[in-house]
Design a protein around this ligand. Structure first.
Ligand SMILES: [Ca+2]
Ligand SMILES: [Ca+2]
Length: 271
């Protein structure tokens, strides 16, 4: 059985370079990815194999043994050469992590969430804390130093002084920022930092308590050393450079007579 080689040069106009693809495999068909051809960009095919080339991305057109802009099927008989020309790629958008929790009830959160304190679960297409007193914290996989967070929160009661909000620049289970609405006997918006497990409030403002079981939106942001917290038409801000980076997430703190509060429509965006 003779072996033939097909070479596809994938010209990436956006970067002004090209990626050389050589196929020499027994696989019956192989997709051609615009910028991903594995470690060596080579594949070996048996003679007479039918090879289907599929361009992923905005293909301007094939040249050489293929023509047009659709998938190209080649019979591996003679040596063949193919060039795929692509339109410039769109500039990569900033990363984001979005979750509306619209999925089956579950004790694990999925989607890359990591529960690092207490216990959350997905219930009724939202996030809820479990019946444990103390801090409930879950972090996202979005690792960007500057982030903007948004989520809806619903209180199931203001007794026992619960708190709802965000964690920013999580370092480990004892070091991070918290931005939250403290409700109950001393209702406040707070920005605090937790160092070696000890929380210090670095800025706070008085607010009213929320109504029960009504969602309201809160936003948090951190850009370099500026931390902002926005809700109820108010924005508080503070400068602090203790933690320069780290992932972010959600935070609920509950007291002894535990209520299960809700969080929904979470988003985190790199800024
Ligand atoms: Ca939802
Ligand atoms: Ca859980």
């Amino acid at each position: 059985m003779k072996t033939v080689i097909i070479v596809a040069l994938l010209i990436m106009l956006v970067v002004g370079g090209y990626v050389a693809y050589t196929f020499w495999n027994q696989k019956k068909s192989e997709g051609v990815s615009g910028d991903n051809c594995g470690a060596d960009c080579t594949e070996l095919y048996a003679a007479e194999s039918l090879i289907k080339l599929t361009a992923q991305g905005s293909l301007l057109g094939w040249e050489g043994a293929c023509a047009g802009t659709k998938d190209c099927t080649l019979s591996m008989n003679p040596n063949l050469s193919v060039i795929a020309r692509f339109a410039p790629r769109q500039k990569t958008s900033k990363e984001s992590f979005i979750d509306n929790f619209n999925r089956e009830d579950s004790s694990t959160l999925g989607k890359g969430w990591q529960e690092i304190s207490g216990d959350f679960f997905v219930y009724g297409n939202a996030l809820q804390n479990s019946a444990l007193s103390g801090n409930h914290i879950a972090i996202t996989p979005l690792d960007a130093p500057n982030q903007e967070l948004e989520a809806s929160f619903a209180s199931m009661g203001n007794r026992e002084d619960p708190a709802y909000g965000f964690i920013l620049r999580y370092q480990d289970t004892e070091n991070y920022y918290l931005l939250y609405r403290q409700v109950g006997s001393s209702p406040e918006l707070r920005i605090s930092k937790v160092i070696q497990g000890k929380e210090t409030v670095i800025y706070s403002e008085l607010v009213q308590n929320p109504s029960m079981d009504i969602y309201y939106v809160m936003k948090a942001g951190v850009t370099d050393s500026t931390i902002t917290f926005t809700t109820l038409g108010r924005q508080i801000s503070v400068k602090d450079s203790t933690f320069p980076n780290g992932v972010s997430g959600v935070f609920i703190r509950v007291g002894q007579s535990v209520k299960q509060h809700s969080i929904d429509d979470f988003s985190a965006r790199q800024i």
